[in-house]
Design a protein around this ligand. Structure first.
Ligand code: FDP
Length: 336
């Protein structure tokens, strides 16, 4: 008997429908670029799933530009994203957490009008303990001024509000792709049997009023008075000024924490160290900006404590920034 269960639409169909929108049509080149990134994320997810049997776990013994020990999967995922996106003709250059400087498209391939930034494996400390990790990506337009010359690092230093697409893959119990091209946030799940991404949620809206905050409590000494007050009041719960109990969640993977916020609400906080100017954990261009784009598109807000993250004018490829994002009311309760 034929099943009457209608399968949700695929990522390809969603993007083609976006290309046909009378207002804000998705350019064909951008559609093809996103499909390529999504294909690369499938390969990254496959590599992760091979785990110890595929000899992909553990550290490499090298350090990345941030001075962090590189895991084997950091490098494998970086190479998969580079290889998949090099030859399609949609990009002028790429940048990644794992590479000191930008990767220009080699001369043997045609060049396109977009710039791709990514964090190939976010939440690396989770890899060896079989917990969720993700890939984050951001797409910018290459400035007109770089036509006919080599792309430079400066071409990547654009504020987050200029992103044309952003998203992440979440490698958890299911493999998901969450995407925005400025027309809302959509979630796709990898159907492993047929190898395609199918829409499972969207347009996503951050549910209001969920009383959960995500913060690494061990960094308490670094918090500003505003962040400390916010957290203290929530720990007091029903016995404090909030009058209700809150819960704390921390997965040590920004992708997993942001995904929980998109689905269930609450806030994610990784503030900068208020004692030291500019000392922060998360990177602006390939972590904070793409996540802020998704969060704002889902009705939330994203601040560095002083203002909107997506309005920050970047000064360096690997620049770090404090991050407070999620439910707009909760973010406001910290930033005022
Ligand atoms: P990681 O460096 O392990 O890739 O990208 C930064 C990040 O992960 C975030 O995903 C995560 O939220 C945070 O660092 C974890 O930080 P803690 O080690 O302080 O928990």
């Amino acid at each position: 008997m034929a099943s009457d269960h209608v399968q949700p639409i695929t990522l390809s169909r969603f993007l083609i429908e976006q290309q046909r929108l009378p207002e804000h049509p998705c350019p064909a080149e951008l559609r093809l670029l996103i499909e390529t990134v999504a294909r690369a994320c499938k390969a990254v997810g496959h590599a992760i799933a091979r785990g110890a049997l595929g000899d992909v776990l553990g550290a490499l013994g090298s350090e990345n530009v941030q001075g962090e020990v590189q895991k084997k999967l950091d490098v494998i995922a970086n190479d998969l994203l580079l290889d998949a996106n090099e030859w399609g003709g949609h990009l002028a250059a790429m940048a990644s957490e794992e590479m000191e400087t930008i990767h220009r498209i080699p001369n043997r391939y045609p060049k396109g009008e977009y710039l791709l930034l990514f964090d190939p494996i976010d939440g690396s400390s989770n890899i060896d303990v079989d917990l969720s990790v993700g890939t984050i990506f951001s797409v910018l337009r290459a400035p007109d001024a770089c036509a006919g010359r080599d792309v430079t690092e400066e071409d990547f230093l654009q504020p987050g509000r200029d992103q044309v697409a952003a998203g992440y893959a979440l490698y958890g119990p299911q493999t998901l792709l969450v995407l925005t091209i400025g027309t809302g946030v959509y979630e796709f799940m990898l159907d492993r049997e047929v190898g395609s991404w199918r829409m499972t949620d969207g347009p996503m809206r951050i549910p209001a009023g969920n009383r959960e905050f995500a913060i690494n409590m061990a960094r308490r000494r670094q918090w500003s008075p505003a962040v400390a007050r916010y957290v203290e009041e929530r720990i007091l719960g029903a016995e404090g000024p909030c009058g209700v109990d809150y819960n704390m969640r921390w997965t040590a993977s920004m992708v997993a924490d942001v995904h929980r916020i998109l689905k269930r609400g609450g806030v994610f906080l990784y503030p900068s160290d208020h004692r030291t100017t500019g000392k922060a954990r998360l990177r602006l261009l390939y972590e904070a900006n793409p996540m802020s784009f998704l969060i704002e598109q889902a009705g939330g807000s994203a601040s560095d404590g002083a203002g909107r993250i997506m309005d920050v004018a970047p000064t360096g490829l690997h620049q770090r920034i404090g991050v407070m994002l999620g439910d707009a009311d909760e973010v406001k309760a910290i930033t005022g």
